[in-house]
Design a protein around this ligand. Structure first.
Ligand code: SF4
Length: 376
């Protein structure tokens, strides 16, 4: 019998703190971590066997609530998206192929501490987290105790790699390159696509580009959460001029190499939702692809729906003036959701971070500041 979802068989997700799960949407804690366990221990575990048994009964495991809720609401789930993307590979999958899709964060090493991020995904957050939140989450190199050869031996039939952050070009780059070289040597690289999520404050050196020549497809996703001073505030302490320089370098590279694609991700939060039209227009002006927008889930007080109703309605009216259809969809999202119970926490933390970082919310987001002042 076909399982409800093949992902627990053919995929693996290793997060920035080393947690091992079937995929990035899976919410239950497996109890397995690459800093303590081997991938084989995870694969042979009661945890994974139970998930598979539930899938074989055509039922949703509790960890798969995100996919089940999305499908109930007619939103395409990861389960459906993966199946559509790799239909032939999924249709013809047999267990002896092992893991064919892997998402591996090689640690949380990062050069930025974006305001909507946390020390879990960024080592740069470490000190501020202790000073402001009293939380200690150390820098971690997740794959430190696993060799590139281990990963390759377990996944010789791989067709896709996701390399999220930290910042992927700073987190164990030598180990990453060793691993890619093994796939080049075996010839499997021509069947592998790789997706990177980068903050675009660094630009990969020549050794990356000569390795990538051998792969089927490289998608480099630039995470950009605003423009000008708003970019620098949210993606602290990034430089907007460095971003502009690197965008141009990435554009040149993608024009010169057939297998390189560029995409843009934009994390929508309380800080930038008002400026969505500005961002979509900027992408168009810069001849960048239409951005993919995700939203902040945590911290709760930075969610885009954190505003009290009066302010939220004004933001909705503003978004509705946009000529971009995507921006209108976000005005509907604001209309249908409410996280205003966290509003006071937003104001408290905004001021604390401003003081700590020597940033200035009112100067950087004057339109939103005016709405807040009009409300008080
Ligand atoms: S149903 Fe969704 S959350 Fe569960 S394993 Fe499949 S893709 Fe992951």
């Amino acid at each position: 019998m076909k399982p409800l979802c093949l992902v627990p068989w053919n995929s693996i997700d290793i997060g920035p703190q080393g947690d091992i799960r079937p995929c990035c949407k899976f919410r239950d804690d497996s109890g397995f971590n690459i800093t303590r366990n081997t991938i084989q221990e995870y694969q042979n575990s009661d945890f994974l066997n139970n998930v598979k048994e539930t899938m074989l009964k055509n039922e949703w495991p509790s960890g798969c609530a995100m996919c089940s809720i999305e499908e109930e609401n007619n939103i395409q789930s990861k389960r459906q998206l993966d199946y559509a993307r790799w239909k032939s590979e999924f249709d013809n999958y047999t267990e002896d192929k092992g893991i064919i899709v892997a998402s591996i964060a090689f640690g949380n090493t990062c050069n930025l501490k974006c305001i909507t991020c946390s020390p879990i995904a960024s080592s740069r957050w470490h000190k501020e987290s202790i000073d402001l939140l009293g939380k200690r989450v150390p820098k971690i190199e997740t794959i430190d105790n696993v060799t590139s050869q281990n990963i390759f031996d377990l996944m010789p039939n791989l067709i896709h790699f996701d390399i999220p952050g930290g910042e992927p070009f700073l987190a164990e780059p030598d180990k990453q390159k060793d691993l890619l070289q093994l796939y080049v040597n075996s010839g499997q690289s021509k069947n592998i696509s790789i997706h990177y999520t980068t903050n675009a404050q660094t630009f990969p050196d020549d050794t990356w580009w000569s390795l990538w020549e051998n792969f089927k497809e490289i998608d480099i996703q630039l995470s950009i959460d605003g423009i000008n001073e708003r970019y620098e505030y949210i993606r602290y302490p990034a430089s907007y001029s460095v971003l502009e320089e690197n965008i141009q370098k990435y554009k040149n590279a993608s024009e010169n190499m057939n297998n390189i694609g560029l995409s843009i991700s934009h994390t929508v939060s309380a800080y930038n939702i008002y400026y969505l039209d500005e961002f979509f227009t900027w992408c168009k002006t810069m001849s960048l692809p239409r951005p993919w927008c995700g939203r902040v889930h945590t911290p709760l007080h930075m969610r885009p729906c954190v505003f009290p109703t009066d302010i939220k309605n004004k933001i909705i009216s503003h978004l509705k003036t946009s000529k971009h259809l995507d921006v209108h969809m976000w005005s509907n999202y604001l209309d249908n959701n409410d996280d205003s119970e966290h509003w006071n926490q937003f104001l408290i933390m905004r001021d604390k971070h401003d003081l700590y970082r020597n940033t200035n919310f009112a100067k950087t987001f004057p339109e939103v500041e005016d709405l807040i002042n009009g409300f008080q």
